[in-house]
Design a protein around this ligand. Structure first.
Ligand code: NAD
Ligand code: MG
Length: 398
């Protein structure tokens, strides 16, 4: 990561503006008094139109072409240029020319716009994790080649990035990622069988989009974050540890070679991490509530239970194997989580679909971005078929 001295944020581009991180990024832009120049979204045009009318960006793009043409008609009375399709989102990124590009698109779809934004924007504020998990090394190299600096937004990685300001990279011994443990902490596999989407969507400390909330409940999210940390901070996998910390007050820590541990603490509110990514190396007044230390009576720590939550162990294994393994795991997870949310899979079936698909399709060795994209596509088909078979069998059994 490059270090700049100017933390001023005048122009912002937000990719994925209708999502959880996207909306919070708009709050942060308001808070900083930054001009929102470019906005993109997937398919919710009515919601997106309201955002566009409020922020009056120079360019608005939607990956869904039908939604984009409806938006174009709806915004005909404005000066906003409207682009449609995945290419339209990419063009918006090429033309963004912003101080900060927030990459808050979910999934692999973020990779093309993030590479394009790296060519036109000074800084990439990276919230997306799936693309980094699948193709971290290649994408980070493309961002560097594009000339942008990258600052992480994921709260754990922001915490590590902040804690790294306390020392030299060569003196870092270990990264310690904290995990809330999700709503099913302490439960054994048998108790997880009957979990419903509503149970899994009730995260104890963080309010997030549905897919990442389910990933948290399974500790899959923490597995993704281990891989994300490995790429973002060029750390060996063995030097990245996960610890369950129920209160989500410590957002992650860095242990230095002398044994000193530096942590970042605060209320669980993504707007702190988003804003830090935009203002680094300076800080501005924040939006999150302050912690009341008299209320934070105790901070607890537990080792993760990889037996009941096998996807964390799978993520370490996939990262060690490299190649297409992480991409296949991430794609299979996206499919299986989608099925679970639609009531087409049971909670523990997600584990089986992700593990089986990863073991079946993963391939080690050097891979290109095209090969990763193909592996992602293939994994979606295989995970989908596997899920359908499990669902059909279950219905037959009823
Ligand atoms: P979300 O589902 O709420 O929002 C996703 C956004 O991406 C939406 O604006 C959607 O329209 C857009 N989008 C989806 N598919 C697209 C496509 N093909 N092309 C263009 N745009 C598309 O998701 P979220 O919770 O805001 O998370 C966004 C990313 O940030 C994810 O990668 C997630 O893992 C990561 N993240 C989220 C949080 C959080 O608190 N929500 C925390 C850390 C990291
Ligand atoms: Mg996180």
């Amino acid at each position: 990561m490059k270090i700049t001295t100017d933390g001023e944020c005048r122009h912002v581009a937000i990719f994925g503006a209708t999502g959880s991180i996207g909306r919070q990024s708009l709050d942060v832009a308001d808070n900083l008094g930054a001009r929102v120049d470019v906005l993109t979204a997937g398919s919710r045009d009515v919601e997106f139109e309201a955002i566009c009318r409020r922020y009056k960006p120079r360019i608005a793009a939607m990956s869904n072409t039908d939604a984009a043409s409806r938006l174009k008609t709806a915004l005909a009375d404005t000066d906003i240029k409207v682009y449609g399709g995945e290419n339209g989102v990419e063009s918006a990124a090429y033309e963004a020319d912003a101080d900060n590009a927030v990459i808050a698109i979910s999934g692999m779809a973020a990779s093309a716009p993030m590479m394009a934004a790296a060519k036109s924007c000074r800084r990439i504020c990276m919230a997306n994790k799936e693309a980094i998990v699948a193709a971290g090394q290649l994408l980070l190299a493309a961002i560097r080649d594009g000339g942008a600096e990258l600052i992480p937004v994921d709260s754990e990685h922001s915490a590590i990035f902040q804690s790294l300001q306390a020392g030299r990279k060569e003196d870092v011994a270990k990264l310690i990622l904290t995990a809330s443990g999700g709503p099913f902490f302490g439960k054994k596999r048998a108790e997880l069988e009957k979990i419903t989407p509503a149970d899994a969507l009730a995260h104890p400390t963080w309010l997030m989009g549905p897919k990442i909330t389910i990933d948290c409940a399974m500790m899959m999210n923490k597995g993704f974050e281990v891989i994300e940390a490995m790429h973002l901070f060029s750390m060996a996998l063995d030097d990245i540890e996960v610890i369950v910390h129920r209160e989500s007050v410590i957002h992650s820590m860095v242990e230095y070679r002398d044994g000193a541990v530096i942590a970042q603490l605060g209320a669980p509110d993504m707007r702190t991490a988003i804003q830090y990514a935009m203002t680094y190396p300076t800080r501005a007044d924040g939006l999150a509530q302050r912690l009341d230390w008299r209320m934070a009576k105790s901070l607890t720590f537990y080792p993760p239970d990889t037996e009941s939550f096998p996807l964390l162990a799978l993520a370490y294994d996939a990262a060690r194997r490299g190649g297409t393994y992480p991409a296949v795991m991430s794609a299979a997870d996206e499919v299986a989580v989608g099925k679970f949310l639609r009531g087409e899979l049971d909670f523990c079936d997600i584990f089986d679909v992700v593990i089986e698909t990863t073991q079946k399709l993963g391939r080690s060795g050097d891979v290109t971005l095209d090969e990763i994209v193909n592996a992602d596509r293939e994994a979606r088909v295989v995970a989908g078929e596997l899920s359908d078979r499990i669902f059909a069998k279950r219905r037959g059994a009823v």
